[in-house]
Design a protein. Sequence first.
Length: 135
Amino acid sequence: IGSAVTPSGASVIITSIPAGYKQLAVRLSRVEFVAAETLQLKVSVNNGSSYATAVPISAALGSGIVDVSGLVIIDAADPAGTYKRTIIPHTVSGAGTAFDTPSLADVSGNIDAIRLDGVASANFDGGKVELWGIK
């Protein structure tokens, strides 16, 4: 869905995600921060006007270990009206620390925007973020 994004600044925001996807897949390739950080993801059902509570999608990245790669699967549609979306990260830091703790996003409606940022608000310093859709 769209082109790859090179992260810069304090966040990566992807909006206007079309309806009709059952799942979204966020591919992270050596996404780096300028300082120690933990990468988190937020989802929106109103094109980024507001976001559900952030969920961590990486282990804490210490100084000198500031990149993360992997795949994050997000349930995008709400066919059962459960208002819970599973977010399953499969990421690994440059130091080899894996992170695969699923979380739930409490939202009603189809996810049409996502936001990636750091828990401590550090700026990004490179890498690549891609968004794929599964119908």
